[in-house]
Write a protein that binds this ligand. Structure first.
Ligand code: HEC
Length: 254
C-alpha cells in the first residue's frame, strides 16, 4: 500500500510544478536567435532609440555590441550614440535614480541582465501587452505587469490596445486557434487604433528588441558558440591523430 502511495505522490509531482508555474497570464514563446545579426542590429537600434532615455544597460559597451553584431564602428558612432558619448563607453544614462523614482514611482531598472532575470518569453509578452487604462498615470496598464510605472513607449509603432481579457484567456491573436476551423482567433488584447506598424510588424519589432536584450544579457554566448565549433573540429581531428599514435606505440608491443 505504502508503495502505491509513494508512486502516487511522485506521479503528482510534475502537476504541482506546473501549477506553480501557471500563475499569471500565459506568455507567448519566442526562440532567441543570437546568430541572426540583422535581427540583433535592428534590436539594438530600437533599444538605443527608445529605451536608453530611461533605462541604462551599464554593463554593456557600445563598441562591444557593435563589434559582436557586425555594425561598422563609424555607423554605430553616427547613429547609435547618445549626446556626447564615446563608442568605448557603457550604455549609461544621465537620469539620476532619485529623479526617475520621483517621476515614475519606481526608477526604471538597468536592463543589461533583464532577459536573464525575467526570461525572454516574459519580455516578449510584456512589451506587447500594454493596454489603454485611463485610471493609470500614463493612461496605460499592462497585463503581464499589472499597474506598471512605465508608459507604453512604443505606442507610436503599435498603436493603442484595448483589453477584454478575463482570467486565463490567451492574450494575442496568433496564439489562439479555433479548434473547429483551425484558424487564428482574436486574442483578448486588440489594437483599437493602429500605429505605424501592423500587429505582425510590431511582433517582429519586439522579437528583434528582445533578441538584442538576450544578447546583452550574455554577450559571451556568441563567442562560446564560435569557439565551441572550433573545439569540436579540433577534437574530431585529434581523435584520428591520437588513434594513429596509439597504433604506432602498440606496434612494437604486439
Ligand atoms: C519614459 C521612461 C521609460 C522608457 C523610455 C522605457 N521605460 Fe521601461 N520602465 C520604466 C519604468 C519607470 C519602469 C519601472 C516600472 C515599475 O516598476 O512599475 C520600467 C520597467 C521596465 C521593465 C520591467 C522591469 C522589471 O523587471 O521590473 C522592462 C522589461 C522595461 N521597462 C523595458 C523597457 C524597454 C525594452 C524599453 C524600450 C523599448 C523601455 N523599457 C523604455 C520607464 C521607461
Amino acid at each position: 500500500m505504502k508503495k502505491y502511495l509513494v508512486a502516487f505522490v511522485i506521479a503528482l509531482f510534475p502537476l504541482s510544478v506546473l501549477a506553480a508555474g501557471g500563475a499569471g497570464p500565459k506568455l507567448d514563446h519566442m526562440e532567441v536567435d543570437l546568430h541572426n545579426k540583422a535581427s540583433l542590429q535592428r534590436g539594438m537600434q530600437i533599444f538605443v532609440n527608445n529605451c536608453l532615455g530611461c533605462h541604462s544597460a551599464q554593463y554593456q559597451r557600445y563598441e562591444r555590441a557593435a563589434v559582436d553584431l557586425g555594425i561598422p564602428l563609424e555607423l554605430a558612432e553616427q547613429n547609435l550614440l547618445l549626446g556626447d558619448q564615446k563608442i568605448g563607453e557603457q550604455m549609461t544614462i544621465a537620469m539620476g535614480k532619485e529623479d526617475s523614482g520621483k517621476w515614475f514611482g519606481n526608477p526604471p531598472p538597468d536592463l543589461t541582465l533583464e532577459a536573464r532575470l525575467r526570461g525572454t518569453d516574459w519580455l516578449y509578452t510584456y512589451m506587447r501587452s500594454f493596454y489603454k487604462d485611463p485610471a493609470r498615470p500614463w493612461g496605460v496598464n499592462n497585463v503581464v505587469f499589472p499597474d506598471v510605472g512605465m508608459p507604453n513607449v512604443l505606442e507610436y509603432l503599435q498603436g493603442e490596445q484595448i483589453n477584454t481579457c478575463t482570467k486565463d484567456e490567451l492574450l494575442h491573436a496568433e496564439k489562439r486557434i479555433d479548434p473547429l476551423t483551425g484558424k487564428a482567433m482574436g486574442g483578448c488584447l486588440t489594437v483599437s487604433t493602429q500605429g505605424q506598424q501592423s500587429p505582425e510588424e510590431f511582433d517582429k519589432t519586439i522579437y528583434d528588441l528582445v533578441n538584442f536584450m538576450a544578447y546583452i544579457g550574455e554577450p559571451s554566448k556568441l563567442d562560446s558558440h564560435r569557439i565551441g565549433t572550433y573545439v569540436l573540429i579540433f577534437l574530431f581531428f585529434f581523435f584520428f591523430l591520437a588513434y594513429a599514435l596509439k597504433q604506432e606505440f602498440w606496434k612494437d608491443v604486439h
